[in-house]
Design a protein around this ligand. Structure first.
Ligand code: NAD
Length: 420
């Protein structure tokens, strides 16, 4: 199993970051291996009947990295590239993220290898309900709480909540987060990740003395995270000049009208052909001059091929794992780009998920303003911790953020001891 995981490039990335940070921390060998390897790796087959009457079997995964500090928390991804190794890497990053943010969760992640764009809504519903049944013995509000990720949304969470609650015989809202408000989802959860990314970009701009009104941003990905990042940045007066998604990339020197683009994408399912901008090559877009570059789609998009060519002042990692370890070394050598590492940058989502879980357990609803204010306070605290740690220890923001997260998990494991 170790060998299978280590053959996956994304898992290799997560392990390489962990090893580098564990070396930096001189982490005791007794706890090091326990922190590194996932506690549970669950693989299930998910058979469904397609709309044409054929039966098709999909593969689904759920990885629970560790349960030492509480239930695992993490998204569910529907994408053709989903594999056990990718899910295990994402679960590992979720650990350090939750610990860095001071949330009482371990890291989890799940996914089904499928292309949601080729499935009907009816087929996606069946896939989700059957997957939930298959992993039912392993999930629960005190064990494993799911949330949306790439290719899933609040409707997916509503179906999972329905299956789990039907099986339990009573409504169990705490089984998911990121669900519709009608099912006790939290106000502010849908925009939380993008809101947090935009908020942290302004914190980095403050440190670099960049004025928002004259600043520009480029965003890769215009799904949940990318679109709400763009929306919030434009509210702050920052001009978003380039945006790409799976259909192509668009550019406007004067700034793209984000609300119009959101309406356009809602109708056409992609940014391609948006009348308020010109097309641009997606790879070229990433290396155009800008104040903030925001990868908000896939892993490994900032790599050894483009890291030296980036012309941004701030690299805000809204996606999980967008920068390869080799690119990290290039960026560290350049030392002219302010990195907001993924486990900090996109932590708005899991933080408001935590708020949702707390509200669900208490059967209490907070207002959107209350949620976003609490979110900004938590992000501000973590941002200051990371930048101060990096300055004090003369290390990168990535190593600083990972160190804070890993130290927290290692201390919890040491305090609990080894059973039996
Ligand atoms: P989403 O499915 O809503 O959107 C994904 C976007 O990426 C889409 O616009 C899609 O077209 C685009 N995309 C796919 N392939 C692309 C390519 N080759 N080039 C450019 N764009 C491409 O997903 P999301 O929820 O916005 O998640 C995006 C990233 O943010 C993922 O890495 C996810 O793990 C991370 N993340 C999401 C959340 C959350 O709350 N949704 C929280 C933390 C981290």
């Amino acid at each position: 199993m170790k060998k299978d995981l280590l053959e996956n490039k994304i898992f290799q990335m997560a392990v390489s970051q962990f090893d580098r940070t564990a070396d930096f921390l001189e982490l005791d060998s007794s706890v090091r291996e326990r922190c590194k390897w996932p506690k549970r790796l669950i693989t299930v087959t998910v058979p469904i009947q397609r709309d044409n009457g054929d039966t098709e079997v999909f593969f689904g995964y759920r990885v629970q990295h560790h349960l030492s500090r509480g239930p695992v928390k993490g998204g569910l991804r529907y994408h053709p590239s989903v594999s056990l190794g990718e899910v295990a890497a994402l679960a590992m990053w979720m650990n350090w993220k939750c610990a860095l943010m001071g949330l009482p969760f371990g890291g989890g992640k799940g996914g089904i290898t499928c292309d949601p764009l080729t499935l009907s809504i009816h087929e996606i519903e069946n896939l989700t309900r059957r997957f939930t049944m298959e992993i039912l013995p392993f999930i629960g509000p005190e064990t494993d709480v799911m949330a949306p990720d790439m290719g899933t949304n609040e409707q997916t969470m509503a179906w999972i909540t329905d299956v789990y609650s039907t099986h339990a015989g009573h409504f169990v809202p705490g089984i998911t987060t990121g669900k519709p408000v009608e099912l006790l989802g939290s106000e502010g959860r849908t925009q939380a990740t993008g809101h947090g990314v935009a908020f942290l970009i302004t914190r980095a701009f403050d440190k670099l003395n960049i004025k928002e009104k004259s600043a520009t941003a480029i965003i890769q990905g215009f799904g949940n995270v990318g679109s709400y990042t763009a929306f919030t940045l434009s509210r702050y007066g920052i001009s978003v000049t380039g945006i790409s998604d799976v259909t192509g990339a668009i550019w406007n020197d004067q700034g793209i009208n984000i609300e119009e683009l959101m309406r356009y994408v809602h109708e056409t399912r992609g940014v391609k052909g948006f009348p308020g901008a010109e097309p641009i090559d997606p790879d070229e877009m990433l290396i155009q001059p800008c104040d903030a570059l925001v990868p908000a789609a896939l892993e490994r998009v900032i790599n050894e091929k483009n890291a030296a060519q980036l012309q941004c002042r701030v690299l805000a990692e809204a996606a999980n794992g967008p920068t390869t370890p080799l690119a990290d070394i290039i960026l560290e050598t350049r030392n002219d780009i302010f990195l907001i590492p993924d486990i900090l940058c996109n932590a708005g989502g899991v933080t408001v998920s935590y708020f949702e879980w707390v509200q669900n357990l208490q059967r209490y609803q907070w207002s959107e303003q209350e949620v976003l204010t609490k979110l900004e306070t938590k992000l501000e605290t973590a941002f200051e911790k990371v930048t101060q740690f990096a300055e004090r220890s003369q290390t990168s923001h990535r190593i600083a953020a990972l160190s804070l997260g890993i130290e927290e998990v290692a201390s919890a494991k040491s305090a609990r001891g080894l059973f039996p």
